[in-house]
Design a binder for this molecule. Structure first.
Ligand code: NAD
Length: 480
């Protein structure tokens, strides 16, 4: 059994109440370890450790903070294989994906913010004629919370933790209870890198209890959350009366808009990836595909052929393109949407069924599924499914597709395939999304703002936006 413990004040500890939950391996449906089901007492201990570390950490030089963050990054890289295997076992994603994307990007998060903090300048204004100068201090907030989901476990966990500690805060962090393993392993790495005790505290447990105790904590002044829209709304309600600072990265139902004048092969290959990478469990996946009528039939044939060729299999196998979904309840939820599509007159062009992978028959495998929908208002086109399921439908004009693309409650990302510059400019200005990719998908530059509008969230992560979130601006006005 691979059991997990809380990481509080630099040491690994059992939950105070000694309650534990099972941790499942999605590739075979078996329990392979125990996770703490932490309570308010554990959150209090984590808070106290963070609070007592804050004074010294917030006064630690930027060079020293930077050095430690970069050391964490190097140690993650040195442990790439171990972390990638652990991520895959916990989450069901192919090891190859965790090794190529998740873990390297987690390492990049520490390296990036380790460097960015040394470049984080603030404003000053000379008040001409008034003999005064104003400058802005960017001060760490204190103890902050980072709460993350299961789909990109270490990658999104560190996307919050790295800027939080770089900016001089101390952290109480909770990974998803569904995928806690790499967050647990991160504790060891932080100790080895020399991160002072209490700067980062990682506690495990359910959202409704452990997570709830974190968000209700009076003295945790900011919450950076990534997860579902309903959870985000709940956190906002709890946090508002305490005036906590909030960054909410929530769900998405992103349009992938394909015009006939695009580079067809590149679009086709990328569309397969943007539909099914990580079993479609990425908030940025282009789950609604709109194709210009002129090339719709051609696209439909080519896309379905490529999707059918994707290999569903055990995540550790090199040939696997699609691993296991994260959990049994999630698999059931996704299957339910496939049934809903049928009742809404959707046509299943391929997939739609569970897959029994030989030797791993109890794993949570599902065929990549393409649904042709009769209109854009059906539920499968409006609600976030968050699995290997995409919808496709044709459009005639730019205005028509823009209307459909924007007609959802979400506004995270949008992808546009065209070689027409004027159209690119018009559409990217009008698409309701925090991120627009043109002729590419999920290309990331960590300096850029990341986040959504509408029900996809509030605030931005990435680059200096993240450092701004994790600091308070204080204006100092000096008359001379
Ligand atoms: P979730 O909202 O169920 O859980 C996310 C985290 O919040 C978990 O750690 C969970 O334990 C915790 N949590 C749940 N209830 C809580 C409460 N009452 N108080 C405090 N914490 C609580 O989301 P999930 O199912 O883990 O993740 C999937 C969702 O995340 C999808 O909607 C997806 O779109 C979204 N997501 C968004 C982004 C983004 O950047 N916008 C990135 C990845 C995933």
């Amino acid at each position: 059994m691979e059991n997990i413990k809380n990481y509080i004040n630099g040491t690994f500890s059992s939950p105070v109440n000694n309650n534990w939950m099972d941790n499942y391996n999605p590739s075979n449906g078996e329990v392979y370890g125990k996770i703490p089901e932490s309570s308010k007492e554990d959150v209090d201990l984590a808070y106290k450790a963070a609070k007592s570390a804050f004074k010294q950490w917030s006064q630690t030089t930027l060079e020293e903070r930077s050095r430690i963050l970069i050391k964490i990054s190097e140690l993650l890289e040195a442990n790439l294989q171990r972390f990638a295997e652990a991520e895959s076992k916990d989450n069901g994603k192919p090891v190859s994906l965790a090794k190529a994307v998740d873990i390297p990007r987690a390492a990049s998060n520490f390296r990036f913010f380790g460097n960015a903090i040394t470049q984080f300048a603030s404003e000053s204004h000379e008040s001409i004629g008034q003999q005064a100068v104003n400058y802005t201090l960017r001060q760490p907030i204190g103890v902050v919370a980072c709460i993350s989901p299961w789909n990109l476990p270490l990658y999104l966990f560190t996307w919050k933790i790295a800027p939080a500690i770089a900016a001089g805060n101390c952290v109480v962090a909770k990974p998803s209870e569904v995928t806690p393993m790499t967050a647990y392993l991160l504790g060891e790495i932080c100790n080895e890198a020399g991160l002072p005790k209490g700067v980062l505290n990682i506690i495990h447990g359910l959202g409704g209890t452990t997570g709830q105790a974190i968000i209700e904590h009076q003295d945790i002044k900011a919450i950076s959350f990534t997860g579902g829209t309903a959870t985000g709304a709940h956190i906002a309600r709890v946090a508002a009366p305490m005036f906590k600072k909030l960054s909410l990265e929530l769900g998405g139902k992103n349009p992938n808009i394909i015009f006939a004048d695009c580079d067809y092969q590149e679009m086709l290959n990328t569309t397969v990836r943007s539909s099914f990478a990580n079993q479609g469990q990425i908030c940025l996946c282009g789950s609604r595909i709109f194709v210009e009528e002129k090339i719709y039939q051609q696209f439909k044939t080519d896309f379905v052929t490529k999707v059918k060729a994707l290999k569903v299999g055990h995540p550790a196998k090199q040939a696997t393109n699609i691993g296991a979904l994260v959990s049994k309840p999630h698999l059931e939820k996704v299957k339910e949407y496939i049934e809903i599509a049928k009742t809404e007159n959707g046509t299943i062009l391929c997939g739609g069924n569970e897959v029994k992978v030989e030797g791993y028959e109890n794993g949570y495998y599902l065929e990549p599924t393409v649904i042709e929908v009769p209109n854009d208002e059906c539920r499968v086109n409006q609600e976030e499914i968050f699995g290997p399921v995409v919808t496709i439908m044709p459009f005639k004009t730019e205005d028509e597709v823009l209307l459909m693309a924007n007609k959802v409650k979400y506004g995270l990302s949008a992808t546009l395939w065209t070689n027409n510059l004027k159209r690119t400019m018009r559409m990217s200005n009008q698409l309701q999304a925090g991120i627009v990719w043109v002729n590419t998908w999920m290309m990331r530059d960590l300096r850029t703002p990341f986040g959504g509008i509408k029900a996809s969230g509030v605030g931005r992560e990435g680059g200096f936006e993240a450092l701004r979130f994790f600091t308070e601006a204080k204006n100092v006005c000096i008359k001379y």
